[in-house]
Ligand binder design. Structure first.
Ligand code: ADP
Ligand code: MG
Length: 716
């Protein structure tokens, strides 16, 4: 008997263990048993060549009569495998980038082949099929096919599916599954089978129902263990002794509210009250504020910051880019007016200061900012990740606001939290709205508040796709729209996917032409369609001072058209800009486009966003653009986005580790499981924070954390 935690070599031979480790990163017996089949080949679908239907998936059983292969392009290797069925019909299969298949599929060997039936050069064939060898040499005996379902595993060159299958079967015959990490009552409540039955069912199902039951149980495992980790984190954070920062009558917040030029939306009021209440508690607040682009998150955050300053503390606002930090500092000062001019002539009776700290500012400016933060004169300190550096100290940091969370990792948040005398309250803001259950997982240790309504009088952004492939003349019309708006005193953004100049690393790795570049487009526009307008550039390779100057001039209306990269994606707030042209829009993601478009339509005038693309109708990138054009609902779009991305990409940016630990769980599909697992996890952790009474669960949590740590180290 071997335990799940044992090294692989305890269950399979040394060379096999090495192949599984090198090829598939499987280290332990448990890793192998949690390497689930990608899919199953059904014997029932066996079809003679003559009956294959183009467009359907099919499995054939056949003998190899010829196998050759060659490189047909750099990075594209093609194997041609000719096979013959019982009726002596033949066909040739093309398999790509699996050079080892010729060694496996030698002349005379029999195998199942399965894939989608396609017509190629007048002949029917299977597109890049999977296969399962069918002879003794491969260790697959005929009786193993007595079952209906043959597992097909994610494979690697030295660890093909057959080898994985053999190792799994061997391991299943000798493994000690140990105690079940899911408590028995929980399994009963949710109708979940035990771990052993699930692992056997997923690898060696007798019928499809076995797979269904196993999947459900194993999905639960992942959701539950993850939620337990997050619940523990939340409980631990809550148990910390922070400092209550209650509102104070007659302070900055009251003065600010009295001078506010608009009425807060119902959502802003409600979330404002929620934050005010939590800030008044000794347990540190730990909250995510998500809301549509332009929903007014900054005001909500500023009001929370003022409450903290009123109670004698300081607030830090962490922004992901230099441009955004500068803009935040400027707009906070503007919103606060005399309330931010402490120590100056004309300051209000109660007043504070806003300091700005970025990585590339001059030594003098930096010294001043450090001083203001250190002696407490600055109630609000705005900065980039430079705020995290060691030389930065606060008198009494009471609240950390992190803007546009998707650019920050857990570690960075923690670094800033460590700068308080007691753990500060934390408010994370994001404009990438995601469904609540996903927020629970991606930002699972945060409570979530959502601002769903936009301030009144906001005209929606009209979005249209400009398909230059089908309608080349429409690009001209786009520039005409820009000229019209500028003539009416408005401003425009032109967004490009690249900066240009020498960026060898940006040269497309696929066969597509590189996207258009800011430097080229700027020249083209100045000498062509936008001749005579004041056109400037903004991109990441410019010096920070230059970026700031351009942004300020654009804000003041001294620049008509800003040709930029996605540096303007987040936070840039110039209500007079009412038109945006995104070039090669297909190079951007859905959420990114939604963010970009949020830069126009911040005033009361109807704004226009044109997505220029030369992709064909029906192409997946084009479908994405159509989705962006068809709705302005960020939640709908985030779903479109999530559906097209892999889980790991979704989680990877926000939460280290969880990336590799999710095998079965799909954030969108399994929302219900996540919700139920979260409730169960909270209940378990409330009773038993350290899981003393749940040793198997405690071990599963440790395994997950170890994986997370290993992952983090790898990234660092
Ligand atoms: P975001 O949520 O995208 O960060 P901001 O906080 O930048 O949005 O707000 C966008 C704009 O809307 C700002 O110019 C802000 O002053 C304005 N705004 C915020 N709340 C309201 C409101 N209740 N009524 C009118 N305008 C508002
Ligand atoms: Mg914002």
């Amino acid at each position: 008997m071997v335990a799940l935690g044992a090294r692989l070599s305890a269950a399979v031979g040394g060379p096999t263990a090495k192949a599984l480790t090198d090829g598939l990163d499987l280290q332990t017996v448990g890793d192998l048993l949690r390497h689930y089949p990608r899919r199953y080949v059904e014997r029932g679908a066996l079809t003679p060549f003559s009956e294959l239907v183009v467009g359907e998936y099919a499995t054939v059983v056949a003998e190899v009569t010829k196998a050759t292969g060659r490189k047909i392009r750099p990075k594209l290797y093609k194997s041609d495998i000719t096979i013959r069925d019982e009726d002596s019909a033949t066909m040739t299969l093309a398999l790509f980038n699996r050079p080892w298949v010729e060694k496996e599929l030698r002349t005379g060997r029999r195998a199942y082949f399965s894939g989608k039936v396609e017509r190629f050069a007048q002949r029917v064939q299977l597109a890049n099929p999977d296969y399962q060898l069918l002879d003794d040499e491969a260790g697959v005996l005929a009786e193993e096919f007595a079952g209906v379902l043959v597992p097909i595993y994610p494979a690697a060159a030295k660890a093909p599916s057959t080898k994985v299958a053999r190792s799994v079967r061997h391991t299943l015959s000798m493994v000690d599954f140990g105690a079940d990490p899911l408590p028995a009552e929980l399994r009963e409540r949710h109708g979940l089978i035990g771990l052993e039955q699930a692992l056997r069912g997923i690898h060696t199902p007798a019928e499809p129902a076995d797979v269904t039951l196993a999947r459900r149980r194993l999905t639960w495992d992942e959701a539950f263990v993850l939620q337990v980790v997050l619940a523990q984190r939340r409980a631990t954070t809550r148990a910390l002794a922070g400092t209550p920062r209650a509102a104070r009558p007659g302070g900055l917040l009251e003065a600010f509210d009295a001078a506010l030029p608009f009425t807060l939306t119902a959502g802003q009021v409600e979330i404002g009250a929620q934050l005010a209440g939590e800030l008044s508690q000794p347990a540190p607040m730990y909250r995510l504020l998500q809301g549509e682009v332009g929903s007014g998150k900054t005001v909500v955050a500023l009001r929370a910051m003022l409450q903290v300053v009123d109670s004698g503390g300081q607030a830090a606002l962490l922004a992901p880019t230099e441009v955004l930090a500068q803009q935040h500092a400027r707009s906070l000062r503007a919103m606060l007016g005399p309330l931010a001019s402490a120590g100056e002539l004309g300051a209000a009776e109660v007043a504070t200061q806003v300091a700005l700290l970025t990585g590339s500012q001059g030594a003098a400016a930096r010294r001043t900012a450090l001083e203001l933060a250190g002696n407490g004169a600055a109630g609000i300190v705005v900065g980039t990740h430079a705020l995290l550096s060691e030389g930065v100290a606060f008198t009494d940091l009471g609240l950390v606001v992190v803007d546009e969370q998707h650019r920050f990792g857990v570690e960075q948040r923690d670094a800033l939290r460590a700068k308080g005398r007691t753990p500060p309250h934390v408010l994370v803001m994001t404009a990438t709205p995601i469904p609540r259950t996903i927020a629970m997982t991606v930002y699972g240790d945060l409570e979530v508040s959502t601002l769903s309504e936009l301030p009144k009088g906001r005209a929606p952004v009209q979005t249209a796709v400009v398909p230059t492939g089908e309608r080349p003349a429409w690009l001209e019309t786009a520039w005409t729209r820009v000229r019209e708006r500028v003539a009416a005193g408005r401003q425009a953004f032109v967004v490009c996917p690249r900066i240009g100049g020498d960026e060898p690393e940006e040269r497309a790795t696929d066969n597509r032409r590189p996207g258009v570049a800011v430097l080229d487009v700027h020249l083209m526009l100045v000498h062509g369609p936008l001749n005579g307008l004041r056109v400037e550039m903004l991109h990441g390779r410019m010096a920070p001072e230059d970026k700031d100057v351009v942004m300020q001039r654009f804000t003041r209306g001294e620049v008509d058209v800003l040709v930029a990269t996605t540096v303007i994606e987040v936070g840039v707030d110039v209500p007079n800009a009412t038109v945006m042209v995104v070039l090669d829009a297909d190079r951007f993601g859905v959420s990114q486009l939604h963010q970009l478009r949020g830069r126009v339509g911040r005033g009361s005038e109807p704004a226009l966003c044109l997505l220029v693309t030369d992709t064909e109708q029906g192409h997946p990138s084009r479908v994405r653009l159509d989705a962006v054009a068809s709705t302005s609902d960020g939640f709908v779009l985030s779903r479109v986005d999530l559906e097209q991305r892999r889980e790991g990409d979704v989680l990877g940016s926000a939460q280290s580790g969880t990336r590799s630990s999710l095998r079965m769980l799909r954030l969108l599909r399994d929302e219900d499981v996540i919700r139920e697992a979260r409730a169960e996890a909270v209940a378990v952790v409330d009773e038993d924070l350290l899981l003393a009474d749940h040793p198997a669960l405690r071990q599963a949590v440790l395994d997950l954390l170890n994986e997370e740590r290993a992952d983090f180290l790898e990234k660092a």
